[in-house]
Structure formats: C-alpha cells, structure tokens
Design a protein around this ligand. Structure first.
Ligand SMILES: [Fe+2]
Length: 377
C-alpha cells in the first residue's frame, strides 16, 4: 500500500468510517431482523434502478463483511479522489488513436479474430511464451481474450490472481463488495444486501463498462470475469470492442463520435449516500484517449446517467444503442464454462438472465476483477 498524506477532510471521512465500522457491529443483530424487510423492498425495486455494484443504498448496512481499518483507508482514497483531470478534457480524435485510415483493416482483422478468441492455458501459475503470445495477439486485435484453464484449475481462485500477476495487472481495484484479494464473487444472493445489485441477481445485465461511474483518477482499464460454475441455464456473456464501436460511429458520421467525446457528454448523478459510499456528481466523455489508447465509459441504464441535452449527443446515444443491439456479427457471445474467463480492456459487455440450480453449492459463480492497470500481454 502506498504511503499517503491525508487532508483534514479525508481524516474527517476516516473517522466517519471508523464510526461506520462500530455501527456495523452494533447493527449486525438488528439487520438479521431487517432481512425480511430488505427482501420486500428489493422486490419493489426489482424492475427499478439498481446499481451495478460498489455502493450501498441508504439505510441498508452490510452484514456480509465488516470493513477493516486498512480497507477503510483505501476506500477513503477512492471516494475522495479528484474529479479534475486532463483525461476527460482532452478530446479524442481518430488521428490521436491512429485510426484515420486503418479502420477497415482493423474491422476485418477483428471479425476474423473473434472467431478464435480462446487460448488454452496449461499452467496458469506459469504461462508459456507461446500462450503469452497467443494472449497478446488477441488482446492487440480485439481488446479481449478468452482463456481456458485445464480441469485442475477451474475452481482455483489463486490461479486467477497468478495469471493476472503475470499479465502485470497488479492488485484489483477495491470496492465495498470485493473479497480480501480484491476479486468479487459474483453469485446470486437471495437474501441480504447484495441481492439489491444486479450482478448478484439472476437478471440480465445491460450493456456497460465496469466502473463507468468512477472518477478520472480511478479509471477501470482492465476487467476480468472468471467462471467457476456456469448457471444451470442461460447467463451467456456478450462483449464488443470499443474501438470497433468508435470506428462505426465515425463511419456513420464523425460528428456522432465527436459528440460522445465531449467532456460533459454523460453525467453520473450523485448517489445521495453519506460516508465512504458517497459519490459526487461526475461528468465526463464516453470516449477518451490516454497515451494514444482509446477508452470508453458507458452504461445503457437510462436512470444511471444524464446525457447532454443537445441534439447531436442525443442522436449519438441512439446510434450507439443501435450498434450495440444490432451488430450481431461483431459481438462476442459465449457461455463461459468452468475454468474459462474473459480478460478485456474493459470493453462494453452484457449478460443474459439465467436460471440457477436449487442446490446452493451448484449455483453460478464468477470471480470479477477490475484493474486500473492497462491490459498488455
Ligand atoms: Fe460488468
């Protein structure tokens, strides 16, 4: 952990967090009684506006875990980061990401490579040069790769962190629902707080990039989903390279891509919470450039974002929706099996609804890792 200097404001939040921990302990027994009420409220919200994760709703405190002191400090840093950043202010252009003349070539390569995205990893604790090259090629051409561990490693959590360590991804970005190693166990939680967040239900997840609501100093650049156990039925994953989306928008009308690159194109409203879960309103672009690399932030959830009201932005959002939902031949669709995982440059992705096993030990289980480190193999 890095040595950090805190401002008085951050120390204030720190003590607030300490009180939060005390309250969590005091309220643990009380929450047990409240669980039934929570389920009722969640049912009311089941078609409403659930967050993808990482935040708590007012009045509901986690009984899943009590946050440790070190964890608290990390969280404080996350939620008190700066909103000012040249990242969101600098407009991406095709020239800045070397795309003016090469999109047709990139598109053709992408279509060929998504037909063969799977790389078999014999030993995730020590990937071979050939395996690394195969991973790198797919990441370079499509911004994603599907790896497949051998049967001995399907449920081996540390094999996942061993692989990400060899890819230089560092520690996963922490969030309030992550486990100690930073990975989040995505599984249906029929009771308690987590079932209020869509990833922890059996419902479909619409198109999004992970952490689209994060501030510019905490951009999620890489995302991993590892399948421990698939659902009994359904739950397929879909993904599409954001560079392809940007190129398609450029082809349709460069003004559309430009509109979605405005630093105020999308505004994520304040979440209305207090304490460490507070997140202020944050505006930013959908597309932005970082050292010549295109990045994307997006959610299709209309209640989670306020789009800029001008005509061009509104049209661009509609065309983006059309691309995401009408480009079947450009979308990677896969029902991940045990031991398979997707690693990507946080490209837009979605999930089908699914039917889970009635047996708890056979329920669908995915590990999710979010990384601020760029994906390079
Ligand atoms: Fe996601």
């Amino acid at each position: 952990m890095q040595c950090t200097k805190f401002t008085w404001g951050e120390w204030g939040l720190f003590f607030e967090q300490a009180h939060e921990i005390r309250d969590l302990k005091q309220n643990a027994a009380q929450e047990q009684e409240n669980t039934a009420k929570s389920v009722d409220r969640a049912d009311e919200n089941s078609t409403g506006d659930q967050p993808f994760g990482g935040v708590f709703r007012p009045g509901l405190r986690s009984r899943i875990r009590l946050l440790g002191l070190v964890h608290s400090i990390r969280l404080i840093k996350m939620y008190t980061g700066s909103t000012a950043s040249a990242l969101f202010e600098t407009r991406v252009t095709p020239a800045r990401i070397d795309m003016p003349n090469h999109f047709g070539e990139r598109l053709g390569q992408y279509q060929r490579d998504i037909e063969n995205l799977v790389v078999d990893i014999n030993d995730p604790y020590q990937i071979s040069t050939i395996e690394r090259t195969a991973l790198a090629r797919r990441i370079d051409k499509t911004n994603m790769v599907i790896y497949r561990f051998g049967p001995d490693y399907g449920q081996d959590r540390s094999a996942v962190t061993a692989l990400t360590a060899q890819l230089g991804l560092g520690d996963p970005d922490q969030n309030l629902c992550a486990d100690a190693d930073g990975l989040s166990s995505i599984q249906v939680h029929p009771e308690g707080v987590r079932q209020r967040y869509i990833p922890y239900t059996d419902k479909k997840l619409n198109w999004h990039t992970d952490g689209y609501y994060h501030r510019p100093d905490r951009i999620i650049r890489t995302m991993l989903l590892h399948c421990v156990r698939p659902a009994m039925e359904g739950g397929a994953l879909e993904a599409i390279d954001h560079e392809i989306i940007y190129g398609l928008l450029q082809e349709r009308d460069p003004r559309l891509a430009e509109a979605l690159s405005q630093p105020d194109a999308m505004t994520i409203p304040e979440n209305g919470l207090s304490g460490p879960a507070f997140r202020a309103e944050c505006s930013g672009p959908v597309f932005f450039e970082e050292s010549g690399t295109l990045r994307m932030r997006y959610t299709a959830r209309k209640h989670n974002v306020i789009w800029k009201a001008d005509t061009l932005t509104q049209e661009a959002v509609a065309v983006l929706d059309e691309i995401l939902n009408g480009s079947g031949d450009l979308i990677v669709r896969r029902s991940l099996e045990s031991g398979e995982g997707l690693i990507c440059a946080n490209v837009p992705h979605r999930r089908d609804a699914f039917i889970d096993s009635r047996c708890v030990s056979e329920r669908r289980l995915m590990y999710r890792g979010r990384y601020t480190t760029p994906l390079r193999a």
